[in-house]
Design a protein around this ligand. Structure first.
Ligand code: ADP
Length: 267
């Protein structure tokens, strides 16, 4: 069974245009999947559906076998406990320390007080912030704040981490650190779906990639390679060409061997 399954999904916002059209893809348990494409392509809408925050206008979405069309409120609440979310703007509570931000995610799910401290310490260590637990968000760098947000996403042992442009507010060095952390989390068995328009990152990583443009999937690295001259109607071909041009316009990735994880100042 797939962890994420979209079948012919369309989304039209009441006061917006068509955000998604004919979107079909699957993500397996434990997979790392990039969702890429320019701003407005539909990436956040997909992630909101994965979190069951938005519903499709047509088609259906299954998360861990639960259909978004049939899911009851209680089932959605249960599902969300198994999902961790990370945003571009971190969304930390400014008046709480790093520890308290992470603990909050456990408090709201009714975890016994006694086990909260241990769990919080475990995830802060996992993200490399064992010594920063008592710091407030404004006392942390952007990369460190995002690590706290990742710790908060991890503390309920999710089967999937949903990351919406998690490196969008970070410099190159912090970006690499945060991405490396997400890779480690994935290597330990948690699936990750990560929206990004950082093409350098996507190119270097060589991971499952779904590329969106104008609400459609224009490329999915898990699809069989289409035959030359074949593989789609004129509209799909035109979108593929546009996506290829967009890919080609990306800045070249920096020299990989210039990166030394031991010099990673965010750790
Ligand atoms: P991305 O994450 O790739 O930037 P989005 O999923 O945020 O793309 O947006 C896709 C399209 O849907 C855009 O045209 C956007 O303006 C529109 N859209 C997104 N959210 C809403 C909303 N709540 N109401 C109306 N239109 C929306």
């Amino acid at each position: 069974m797939s962890l994420i399954r979209f079948l012919n999904v369309a989304k039209e916002y009441p006061r917006g245009g068509v955000a998604l059209n004919h979107v079909t893809f699957q993500v397996k348990k434990g997979e790392f999947c990039f969702l890429t494409g320019p701003s407005g392509a539909g990436k956040s809408t997909i992630l909101k559906m994965v979190y069951m925050e938005e519903r499709p206008t047509h088609g259906d979405v299954w998360i861990n076998g639960l259909s978004i069309k049939e899911a009851k409120r209680r089932e959605i609440a249960m599902l969300r406990r198994k999902l961790g979310i990370v945003f571009q703007d971190f969304r930390l509570l400014e008046t709480r320390t790093a520890e308290a931000n992470v603990a909050f995610a456990l408090e709201v799910t009714g975890v016994a007080r006694g086990s909260i401290r241990t769990k919080v310490a475990r995830v802060l260590t996992q993200v490399g912030l064992a010594s920063k637990g008592t710091a407030y968000p404004h006392e942390l760098s952007g990369g460190e704040q995002q690590r706290v947000a990742i710790a908060r996403a991890l503390v309920n042992d999710p089967s999937l981490v949903i990351a919406d442009e998690p490196t969008g507010n970070l410099d190159e060095r912090a970006t690499r650190g945060v991405f490396q952390l997400l890779r480690e989390i994935n290597a330990a068995g948690t699936a990750v779906i990560m929206a990004t328009h950082n093409l350098g990152l996507v190119r270097r990583a060589d991971l499952r990639t779904i590329e969106m443009n104008h609400g459609r999937v224009v490329y999915d690295s898990s699809d069989p390679v289409p035959e030359i001259g074949g593989g789609g109607d004129a509209e799909t071909e035109a979108r593929r060409a546009a996506a290829a041009a967009w890919r080609a316009s990306a800045p070249p990735p920096p020299e990989p061997d210039l990166y030394d994880p031991l010099l990673e100042d965010e750790l």
